[in-house]
Design a protein around this ligand. Structure first.
Ligand code: AP5
Ligand code: MG
Ligand code: ZN
Length: 215
């Protein structure tokens, strides 16, 4: 069996990062995430493109989408080097979806469905490891020692875009730009909607089964 090519769709806080880590470990595929790649390059000078902000970080901290030119480039490089993958956080608008469709087939397109109030609680309580990228939650997914990463021992931090105000804007941008991407894939053979409101382990059971059925 060749390695699966998986796309995870879902709102900010739906659990894309949490489930992607498991998919990557279980199926031995690359985790391609534009959010993490952009966070690692927040200060990159993109002023020559002539947009509202001169760096990816300007868009991210406002909760807006980073321009397609910048994001598509990251994805092309990552796809070229991947033998199976889980894509997390891309595509986020129809233009990105069409760009992706021209470059690869997808075995599984999984939509993680979670209600808006739950999303706000998850994001404002999220803590992240700045060293290895692991996600935690102050209530729902606590590390063994408070404030310290289980995987690597680094001190956990809060993402700059996880304030309530920016979270609300990210959810608005999702509804406007990314809901149409879900419609774009719904009805294809690869597509499945997964209830994202159970515990991370419960969601994982459904995610794993859906990939195994399709790969
Ligand atoms: P990105 O980093 O992709 O953020 P996002 O889509 O807003 O999604 P999150 O990472 O916030 O949520 P997640 O679904 O990964 O949830 P997680 O697993 O962490 O993008 C950030 C920014 O970068 C964008 O705003 C944009 O500016 C830019 N960008 C990125 N990609 C782009 C693109 N393609 N085009 C343009 N711009 C782009 O879970 C959240 C929390 O909930 C955690 O604390 C976790 O522990 C907890 N949790 C997870 N699952 C459960 C569960 N089942 N039950 C209870 N708690 C749970
Ligand atoms: Mg994420
Ligand atoms: Zn860590």
């Amino acid at each position: 069996m060749s390695k699966p090519r998986v796309l995870l769709l879902g709102a900010p806080g739906a659990g894309k990062g949490t489930q992607s880590s498991r998919i990557s470990d279980e199926f031995g595929v690359d985790h391609i995430t534009t959010g993490d790649a952009l966070r690692a390059n927040k200060g990159m000078d993109i002023s020559e493109l002539g947009f509202e902000f001169d760096t990816p970080g300007g868009f991210m901290d406002a909760g807006e989408l980073v321009p397609d030119e910048v994001v598509n480039e990251i994805v092309v490089t990552a796809l070229d080097n991947a033998d199976g993958f889980v894509l997390d956080g891309y595509p986020r608008n129809i233009e990105q979806a069409e760009f992706l469709d021209e470059r690869t087939d997808l075995d599984a397109v999984l939509r993680l469905a979670v209600s808006e109030e739950e999303l706000v609680d998850r994001l404002t309580g999220r803590r992240v490891c700045p060293e290895c990228g692991e996600n935690y939650h102050v209530e729902f997914d606590q590390p063994e020692e408070s404030g310290v990463c289980d995987e690597c021992g680094a001190e956990l931090t809060q993402r700059e875009d996880d304030t309530e105000e920016t979270v609300r804007e990210r959810l608005r941008v999702f509804a406007e730009n990314t809901e149409p991407v879900i419609d774009h894939y719904a009805g294809t053979e690869a597509y499945a909607e997964i209830d994202g409101e159970g515990t991370p382990d419960e969601v994982w059971e459904d995610v794993q089964a859906a990939i195994e059925q399709r790969a």
